[in-house]
Each structure stands twice: as structure tokens, then as C-alpha cells.
Design a protein around this ligand. Structure first.
Ligand code: LER
Ligand code: MN
Length: 267
């Protein structure tokens, strides 16, 4: 199974579920030392780091870029695709499109997580979901023209009141006929929202493009109460081709979390 590890360069997200927070050369070296196949980048913006510098580090360490997060648009600038203000929605869209372009340099999809926002105030749930579908239609087609998919991530109820389960995300994509949008299934959110992790994965495997492979407490699997073997066997049986990515807390230390993560992905 292909593995990825998160590398965060966003100061506002220093307490977030990211394994490494080092400068890029150190983060890439650690990812390679631990045996990951790829790095998942969480950056301040599309122009924060040099594309050539990343390509050089990829070659040096034989690492792919698994995906590129967009959450800095929310944590740094308060941008969301479902904001009541059309100017904010437009800025959110542009922020994400720039990261889609950035990721396409490495054949990496960008991710919509926290920037999907929430409904409330003057924005009804129906209106927010319409904004979300409109944005995903534009982003999906923009990404397709650049040869990458785009990842939509349902989040748990404490982070969004829009879409919380993998099944609802798949239905949303299907009902709106959204092209080139895949689901990012994050086991941490799913542990809160799904009836069964295995069922949610099995029923929606066609639409799942990426997995945040995290335990119930958002640590590496083995440090919480998720049973990893049924998940690994299922993914193997379903011939899942995407990444298992370590979007997990760096506990008890970044290196111990990384080492446990690699162990947890072995059948
Ligand atoms: C992002 O991948 C994620 O899982 C969210 O919890 C971030 O808000
Ligand atoms: Mn996630």
C-alpha cells in the first residue's frame, strides 16, 4: 500500500494533526528515512515555496507528492467556499485553484477540508450546499484540464455542518454530477460519524481517492482503538490504489508516530 506523511509549514496549524513541521529539506529527509512513498504538503499558499526546490527534494529522496492541503486559506485568512460574502467565496475559490495548479506540477491532487466552511446565519444549509456544488464543479473541471483529480473531504460534526459521512459525500457528488471529484476518507472523522468504517469504505470505494489513515484519537493506528486488520484486508481485497496518508498527531513524538504509522500499514 502506498504511504504518505504530512509535512506542515503553516505556523497557525502548529498544533494540528501533522507529523512533521520541519523545513522542507528536513521534512523530506525524515519522510524518506521512515520509508514513506510520498509527502502530503500543508503550505501557507501556492506561492509560499519554490516548485523547483520541491522537485529537487523529490528526486533526491525518491518521494512522490501525495496531495496538497488547502486549509491555510481558512486558518490563515478565514476563507470558505460557503461564506455569506461573495467576495470571500471568490477569494476562497482563487486560493484553492492556485493550489490545484501548484499540485498539478507534481501530479498531486489538492484537498478541500476546512475551506468548505459551515452553514449558519444568513446562509441556509441548502444555500451552502449549492455554493459548495458550484465551487466543486469549477474546481473539478479546472483540475481535470491540468491532469489531476480534486479531493473533497467530509469532516466530523464538530468541524462542519454540511456533509459528515462518506456516503453523503458520494451521494452529493453523484446527485450534482460533479466530474473529477474524489472523496478523501479520513478515518478519524469516520470514527465519529460512520456506523461502520468497513461498510462506508466498501460501499463507496469507487469514489474514494485518498485515505487519512488515523486512529480514533487521531494518533497513528495502534495508539487508539481502531482495528486496523479488517481495514487493510478490505482495502487489499477492493484493490484500493490510493495513498494511506499519516494525517495524525505527532505523538508521543513525530518520529514515533511516523514509525508506528508505517507498522500500522503492513498487512
Ligand atoms: C483535514 O484533512 C482534516 O481532516 C480536517 O480535520 C482539517 O480541519
Ligand atoms: Mn483529514
Amino acid at each position: 500500500m502506498k504511504t504518505a506523511v504530512t509535512l506542515c509549514r503553516v505556523a497557525e496549524a502548529s498544533a494540528g494533526p501533522f507529523v512533521f513541521h520541519d523545513e522542507l529539506p528536513i521534512g523530506f529527509a525524515k519522510a524518506a528515512q521512515h520509508g514513506f512513498s510520498a509527502v502530503e504538503l500543508f503550505l501557507p499558499s501556492a506561492d509560499a515555496v519554490s516548485i523547483d526546490a520541491i522537485k529537487q527534494l523529490q528526486t533526491q529522496h525518491s518521494l512522490e507528492i501525495a496531495a496538497v492541503g488547502t486549509g491555510a486559506g481558512m486558518v490563515k485568512h478565514g476563507l470558505s467556499l460557503t461564506d455569506a460574502d461573495p467576495v470571500v467565496r471568490q477569494k476562497a475559490l482563487e486560493f484553492i485553484l492556485a493550489l490545484v495548479d501548484f499540485g498539478a506540477n507534481f501530479s498531486a491532487p489538492a484537498i478541500l477540508g476546512s475551506m468548505q466552511g459551515k452553514h449558519g446565519g444568513s446562509v441556509s444549509k441548502e444555500q451552502a450546499l449549492t455554493y459548495l456544488a458550484e465551487a466543486l464543479r469549477i474546481i473539478g473541471s479546472h483540475a481535470k484540464a491540468r491532469g489531476v483529480t480534486f479531493l473533497y473531504e467530509p469532516l466530523n460534526r464538530y468541524e462542519t455542518n454540511l456533509i459528515n459521512t462518506v456516503g453523503d459525500a458520494a451521494a452529493f457528488i453523484h446527485n450534482h454530477e460533479l466530474d473529477n471529484i474524489k472523496i478523501l476518507a479520513d478515518l478519524f472523522h469516520m470514527n465519529i460519524e460512520e456506523k461502520s468504517l468497513e461498510l462506508a469504505i466498501a460501499e463507496n470505494i469507487e469514489t474514494i481517492g485518498h485515505i487519512h489513515f488515523a486512529d480514533s484519537n487521531r494518533r497513528a493506528i495502534g495508539f487508539g482503538h481502531t482495528d486496523r486488520m479488517p481495514l487493510l484486508l478490505l482495502l487489499h481485497q477492493l484493490q484500493y490504489q490510493g495513498y494511506l496518508s499519516a494525517e495524525i498527531l505527532p505523538l508521543p513524538s513525530a518520529d514515533e508516530a511516523a514509525a508506528q504509522f508505517i507498522l500500522s500499514t503492513q498487512l
